[in-house]
Design a protein around this ligand. Sequence first.
Ligand code: PAF
Length: 346
Amino acid sequence: MPQRNNSNRNLLNTTQKPAFDVSDNHVNDKHVYQTDIAIIGAGAIGSLLYCQLAAIKQPLLLTRSRSVGATSHDDFSTITLETLSGDSLHQPCIQADINQLNKAALANIKLVIVCVKAYQVTDAISSILTLIPQGCHILLLHNGMGPHLQVLALLKQQPQLKQGLSLGTTSQAALKLGPLQVRHTGKGKSIIGHLSGPVMPLAIQNQLLAAVEDMSVVDDIVTSLWQKLIVNCAINPLTALAQCANGELAQPQYKLQIEAITQECIMVAKADGVNLSLPDSVAIINQVIKLTANNFSSMHQDIHHNRKTEIQQINGYVVARAAHHGLTVAMNQSMLTKITALESAQ
Ligand code: PAF
């Protein structure tokens, strides 16, 4: 167990300027959050990013219900981050229920980071789209691919909103220990890149880069996301089916399956206009298996906890794109079928 630091660097102090202009406990037109970055989703990665951003500037946490730690009359609570070195950092957490917000409350928001599960992204965007100010940038940060196509379609329907869209991915690892309590379990690279509309305001982008260690901006985010997708296509279903930690996939019996999944992904990526190399991709997968040997993949955990998985946005995306191009991807299809069967048996 990591050692806890009981000195509690509690940032909730009376000298701090509140990031929310409150005069009573109800969200109405008088309430305007004085923050410019909002995070949707209080899962492991959403909570970790919240804490990392809060260390430099107070963000706003948007959830579907404030049951994640606050009472219904309490917008202010504390979020605890257990750092990689085992220290506990307590930071003020300002959260709001998306369903109780109005446009005025979010008037200052310049960036919304969407950290929900891949299958929740479109709903989250639909809920927030008419509430965020014109020109507010959206960053999708989730496993898998596909939701960006639906979000692009939603944004196209409302061009007057002038919302820019960026995509990103992170290899940082985190574990949710409880409501508003997260443990940072692994360092990792994070990348973001522009997809459509106006670019992310530079000042906001710089805040993000300053807050998240090892985060960088790439020119071709779609290629980078395909590369990450291939890693997920191999590691996630295989670990969920074998109920093992990632490191187990280094055993020789998985070599052929990993190569077959990867080869199909590369074929489909190519048909989508993205060129990736088979040896490089297999090498990256093997490196992730080695670096995260003791971790349980997100899909393994979802199956283990009887939760819905992101299979549709991982192998399912490859299957869907293959069908679009008239290609056959037997191994990815088999992963999709098996994981879907496990999900429905739950
Ligand atoms: O989904 C996950 O668990 C992660 O993206 C990865 C890279 C497979 C490591 O566990």
